[in-house]
Ligand binder design. Sequence first.
Ligand SMILES: Cc1ncc(COP(=O)(O)O)c(C=O)c1O
Length: 282
Amino acid sequence: MRVLALLDGTLADPEAPLFRADDLGVMRGDGCFETILVVNREPRELGPHLDRMERSARLMQMPLPDRQAWERAGQAVIDAWPWDDEPEMGLKFVCTRGIDGGDGTPHGFAMGMDVGPETKRKRDHGVEVVTLDRGYPSDLMERAPWLLLSAKTLSYAVNMAALREAESRGADEVIFTSSDGVVLEGPTSTVVLAQGRKLLTTPPTSGVLQGTTQGALFRAAEAAGWETEVVNFPVSALFESDGVWLASSIRKITQVRAVDGASIKADEALHTDIAGLYESNY
Ligand SMILES: Cc1ncc(COP(=O)(O)O)c(C=O)c1O
């Protein structure tokens, strides 16, 4: 199922062509995007998603249509979505730099998509991950802003290739590591660890995306008396912690059961607590 809206809030045919062949998003993956979970018509973390999209566009030195346009298009999709069967929808906001050699007007849309059964299976049963080298050191971001580390750009081909590599190794998911051995993030997720009553995640200054789901989890955890820490940690921490999760808008809080073929601690009660903290936000 797909529902498509343009930024003026009008609906469009999701099966009809929308982009010119010379759009820079099509030709170079030059643009940014967000994926938002909508549950029972309520978008989760809409403000942080829009903040992040604005930040991505700023890092890319690309103009972005204003927030009202995204909110209007998102609402048009939510209003047109058939809510009878399933309570959840994935809402994508996509914006490209526009036409190659054009006047610089960005080109955006909002699209609703189903949350697939595979994602739900992983949420329920957890995932096995492989660690893969992302090929840069954890202190590169500030020295090399042109690499757009920590921006959510449309150039996700590397991320998708990493997921295929995981599949070819018999795993479900990836945790990227830096060349100096720091745990970074998944290709589409934030890594969260539990150590006693403390939750940890990697700082965006190491070149990872600031996760809105991780942000929501930490907010609820702090309110419930947990400690939280945003800090670099080595791969060995994945094996030594009380639990590891991949957090992202559509997968929510998915438990990691094994890393590089070795089982790690994956306590069911702790998973229920952590997933429950995230849900308590809504
Ligand atoms: C590279 C990367 N890191 C982290 C995340 C998690 O972000 P969020 O929780 O805001 O969905 C995503 C989301 O797709 C991502 O693509």
